[in-house]
Structure formats: structure tokens, C-alpha cells
Design a protein around this ligand. Sequence first.
Ligand SMILES: [Zn+2]
Length: 118
Amino acid sequence: MKVATNDKRNGDTALMGQKYCGKCDTVKPIDDFGKSQNRKNGIQDYCKPCLNAYHRSRRVRKGTEGENKTADMKAYQAEYRKKWLVDHPDYYKEYRAKRRDHLNAIKRAWVAKKRNKI
Ligand SMILES: [Zn+2]
């Protein structure tokens, strides 16, 4: 019995248009397996239903991990920002100065426009 299992796992069945899926422990037609560029034989190790279930479970896990990561990231970014502002104390001063110039330019343009009308 062991030999038969090994034959299945070695992919001999692939030659007959069938392949063994280690997830559901079933020999299925090649059509039930997706293509894979990462595999030597160009076929996924697991059948499509198994891979779909696998990816779905991964997505769910990733989703919750992602949420935790977002919270962690926010805390990290807030911390980083504080440190960054200590290292770049003039950044906002310069930013405000630039913005003031910009706003003044708009104001001047507006005043000039109004003056031309009168
Ligand atoms: Zn399967």
C-alpha cells in the first residue's frame, strides 16, 4: 500500500492525465488542477477546490492580521512623526512660510484684478 501512495505522490499519475492531491488525498483529473509557473511540471500541487479553500482561509487570516498591522503602523507612524519633528524643527516653519508666500500671491492677484475692474 505504501508503494502505491508513493507512486501517487511522485506524480506518475500525471502522465495518465490524472494527479494526486495531497490536500484532499484524492487522485483527480489534471483539469481539476490549476497551472503553476513555480512547479516543475507546470501544475499546482493541490486541486482547484483545495487551493481555493486554502487561499480563502489565508485571505481571512491576512485580513485580521492586516487590521492589527494597521493599528501597529499608526502607533509607529505617530511615534516616528514625533521623532521626525524633533529632528526637523524648522520643517513646519518653512512650510508655513512657503504657504504664506503662496497665499499672499493669491491675495495680490485678487487685489490686482479688483483694482483693474475699478
Ligand atoms: Zn484537493
